[in-house]
Design a protein around this ligand. Sequence first.
Ligand code: ADP
Length: 359
Amino acid sequence: MSDPPALFEIKLREGESITGRVYAEGKPLLLPTPAEVAAVMATLQPANRAAIQQAYGKYGLPRRVVAAPLSLGEQKYGVLVLEGLGETAAFTADDVPFVQALAQLLSLALDRRRLEEEAATFRQTRETDRLRAEVMATLSHELRTPLAAIKGYSTALLLDEIEWPDEKRREFLRLIDEECDNLQLMIGEILDSALIDVGQLEMEPEPLRLPRLAREVADEMQHLTERHRFALDFPAAFPIVEADPRRIRQVLRNILDNAIKYSPAGGLVVIRGKVRPADVVISIADQGVGISPEDLIPLFEKYFRVKAPTGYHVPGTGLGLPVSRAIVEAHGGHIWAESKVGEGTTLSFSLPVGKNCGD
Ligand code: ADP
């Protein structure tokens, strides 16, 4: 054939020409003479005829044809068409059973392929449903933990028969307050993650002084822990960046919160600022449990949480780091982690420096 791609232009209707007719009737067709072939091909629409003429080029139209449907039961796959173009041997009625058998073999192969694809789609849907159910179960469990604490402390405070000393009352109220913050944080992460999925996490950048923001967040965190100490290390001239203060605060909070959560023995948390030619890097180093090299790979994936040793559970959604990554990347920056098990983790993120440099 001189231009086979032209065949892809053809859009046959059912019943049109040889293929359309065999497809519609579901029966083999033998056209042993050029005249018979031409008669059936006369039903071609003009555009399809032009495409066929272009495809066959100098060979002209087929002179004899035998065709059989490719189908199995109700399932129609297409038509097998054998054409004689030159003066070569003709097709006879004896050839039809062979072509039919060949078409049946092809149909079986196509049917098997279809069933395999259907089974794969089914398995994939089941796997997606299973993963979704697993995520929902984990998230619900994580949300229930602070809720159970809030319920427990408030029920205790409401007990008529116990007169709690002021100090105890205050402690319970502080714990309720803390667990409410945890709950709020987790719900916020779930919501942000959903917004990221639909591309609707919006940034409102403005000139931002990172050293000041880091100081504020560190002070805020210091109120939550006595075991940890926070230190800041920023060069005196630190560029102002264009960034969304609320969102970058969220990133810092999340990384510092992790630094506390995953350093159960306490320790020093250092927040360092570094200036590079095109961007600034903020890194937060802790002296916590660390992360193994294989867990560092999926660290920023949604819902990923390092499997903690039994008997040691740290609440969380596994969404903090993916949300932080989305925020940093929305600013044109990067986020990464370095860690050594038993020694600690350093989480770093970069933010590009625009025109407003030189504070
Ligand atoms: P969450 O803290 O809610 O589980 P994140 O997305 O913030 O979710 O963190 C994902 C996982 O990464 C955590 O469950 C934890 O296993 C690990 N991780 C994060 N930060 C640290 C850190 N500073 N030290 C050790 N492990 C960490």
